[in-house]
Unconditional design. Sequence first.
Length: 352
Amino acid sequence: MSTFEAPVVAYRSVPHPNADALELALINDWRAAVRIGVFAEGQPVAYIPEGALCPQDLVEELGLADPPRLAGPDHNRVKAVRLRGVLSQGLVYGGPRIAGLEIGDNAADALGLVKWVPEIPVHMAGLMAPGPQITYDIDNIKSWPDRFLPGEEVAVTEKLHGTFCCMGRLAGGEYVVSSKGHLSAGRVFDLAAAENIDNLYVKMMRHYTDFGSISMAQDHVAGADIFLFGEIIGPKVQDLNYDQPEPAFMLFDIRTPRGYMPYDSMLSIADHVGLPVVPELFRGRWNPTLVDQFTSGRSRIAPHHREGVVIRPLIDRYDSGVDHESGRGPGRVMFKSVSEKHLLRKGGTEYN
C-alpha cells in the first residue's frame, strides 16, 4: 500500500528530447526535469514526490519562490507539470540537508516534507465515532515497475475520480462507514448523529443498508467482519461527475478477517448483492505495455477523460519488495497509474 517518502537514490538521467538545457532525472519510472549540470551521475539525491508540501526555506533554497513556481495557496505543493512538452513529476534535491543520509533512506523528515491532505467539504465532513482502523491506499506503479511476474494473470480496472468510501458490517451486526483519512485514524461516521443526516458517506451507507446489500455480502463470509471499499462518484463529489444524476458507489475491493478477497470472488459477491463495480478494461497476462495502453483515454462510463487505471493480480498476493501500509511485512501487489491529462487538468479537486 501507498507510502509517503522522499527516497535517497543515485542520480540517473536521460536527455530531454525538446530542451538543450534540461535533462530528465530517473527515479524508478518517475521522471523529473532538471537543469543539465546540477547533478552528477551516481550522486546521492533525494526525490521529492508529487503531493509533498515543502517548507518555505526549502522552496527558497530550490529557487522556486520568486517567482512562485509550486502549487497551492502557499506555493509550496509539488505538482506535475509539463516542461517543453514532457511530463515532469517531482523535484530533485542534492543539497546539505541530506548530508549523512544513505541511498535507500527516506529524506522526508530531513527536508521537512509533509504529505498534502485536501480540505474536506462540508457535505463530506461529520461527527465521528471510534471504529476499525484500516489504512488503504495504492502506490503508483512508477514506484514499483517490476513487481508483477512475467505472464501473471491480471485485471486492469478504471480508476475513478471520486471519494474513497468504506462501508462495512461487523460480526456483531454493527454497520460502519468512513472515508480514507478517518478510516486510517480509526474513526467512522456516527450513524446515529442528526448532524450527519446529509453527510455523503452516511447517505450512501443508508441506501445500501436499506437495500440489504451489505448484510447479504456478509452472509457470504459466514457473518464475519466485512468491509466494502469503493469510490463515490457523481455531482458535487469531484470535478469529474461521470454524468451521474446522483452520487453513486462503485466497488473495487472487499476485506474480511482473512484478508482481501481475490478479484473474481469480489465480482461474484457484487453481482449477487447488487453492488456496481468499477469498469474492467482488460483481463489477461501481464506485460509492461499494458500501463501505457490503458492509462489514458476516455472513461468507460462518461464522455470525459479517464483518471487512470488500477492493475492487480487475479490471485491476490504480497511481495517483500513492496512497502506495507503499516511499515511491517510485505506489501500488497496492486498499483495505480494516472493519466497525464488528469494530472495536468485545470481546476481539479482532490477530496478524500
